[in-house]
Design a protein around this ligand. Structure first.
Ligand SMILES: [Fe+2]
Ligand SMILES: [Fe+2]
Length: 352
């Protein structure tokens, strides 16, 4: 495990979890070094505000030999897949006419909750964990996870965050009442099928009300996650502030996750194209504040990170761009490229 630490308050003697570079590309401080005042001084002078350090009990030879990938919680793939299995079980029970219990839902969110809070950019990780075969299950867990991250950056307290995660997990539970032929149809829906799909928030609301969860907001969020700020959503057509707070956060996570997921009928959209759609949707459809929080989160591209450019080349981020986070200075082999000025090249994805 690693943790993100502000340089200003960082105690000496902690072990660095990433290579840090100077503007001209030479290595400033290598991963694995035990930080001393001279290192911190150097980093401060070069504008670094925070670094990733290893948790004290996790410093070992193994972690020092791993790449940037280990700047994420190694348990996440395991807990993600257990959560997906748990969702499968719950959705199967609902579609066969049974109830699910509050404790099942709570256990499902508790599996991922701590790991999600600790992981810095969980979105990059989700990209590698999902596949197109089990969209609804993986989408449910992913929306729960992304909603927690948005809520975390909005400063929600622990109880609210956990309930928000539960609402995210359950937001599409109503789809288990709809024929799989419609849900998994590999193409556009006809008018009747579309009307049927649009019933899933109401179905979900009824299911969640029967679970007897403690927070009333969870059922409201499930009911309202397809409402739009301008009142053009469904099923009620409520507007702006009248839309439940959880529902507004989940709607952002929902749209973003759907766009960036592989589907049977289309590949996932490149990150920056999805970002563009979220920006456009935040005028009328999605809550602007929750949208902004998601974007600043998924676009917080850190120094030393490996990315794939629209040219297909792999590059390393050398210097962050505070104004346009998606357009940093990058290095491709021995060459530098400033994406701020080279507008025809963009970051297509994070390197796997
Ligand atoms: Fe939905
Ligand atoms: Fe959804």
């Amino acid at each position: 495990m690693f943790i993100r630490a502000d340089i200003s308050g960082l105690p000496l003697g902690r072990r660095l979890a990433q290579d840090l570079y100077a503007f001209d590309g030479h290595l400033l401080v290598a991963k694995g070094i035990v930080l001393q005042e001279s290192h911190l001084q150097q980093l401060r002078q070069r504008g670094y505000e925070y670094v990733y350090i290893q948790e004290e009990d996790e410093v070992n030879e193994n972690s020092l030999n791993q790449g940037i990938d280990y700047l994420i919680d190694k348990q996440l793939p395991k807990v993600f897949s257990i959560s997906v299995e748990s969702m499968r079980h719950m959705m199967a029970r609902v579609s066969s006419g049974h109830m699910i219990k509050a404790v099942e839902v709570e256990e499902c969110i508790d599996l991922v909750y701590d790991h999600v809070l600790r992981t810095y950019n969980v979105f990059k990780y989700l990209q590698n964990l999902r596949n197109k075969d089990e969209y609804t299950l993986q989408h449910s867990v992913s929306v729960g996870i992304l909603s927690i991250k948005i809520g975390q950056s909005l400063g929600l307290d622990t109880d609210k965050l956990r309930n928000l995660g539960i609402a995210g997990l359950l937001h599409d539970i109503g789809k288990s009442m709809i024929s799989p032929d419609i849900i998994n149809k590999p193409g556009p829906l006809d008018e009747n099928e579309f009307k049927e799909i649009q019933k899933h928030p109401v179905y979900g609301y009824r299911i969640v009300n029967g679970i007897k969860l403690q927070d009333y907001d969870i059922a409201q969020a499930v009911l309202q996650h397809h409402e739009h700020q301008d009142g053009n959503g469904y099923p009620l057509g409520v507007q702006g502030d009248k839309i439940n707070d959880f529902a507004r956060i989940i709607a952002v996570a929902d749209v973003f996750d759907a766009l960036t997921s592989d589907r049977a009928y289309r590949p996932r959209m490149p990150l920056l194209q999805a970002v563009d759609i979220i920006i456009k949707s935040s005028c009328g459809q999605l809550d602007p504040l929750a949208s902004r929080r998601l974007l600043s989160y998924v676009l917080d591209i850190t120094t030393g990170e490996k990315v794939i450019l629209s040219t297909g080349e792999e590059a390393t981020v050398m210097l962050k761009n505070e104004v346009e986070p998606a357009r940093p200075l990058v290095r491709i082999g021995d060459n530098f490229l400033d994406l701020k000025t080279n507008r025809d090249v963009f970051i297509k994805d994070f390197a796997r």
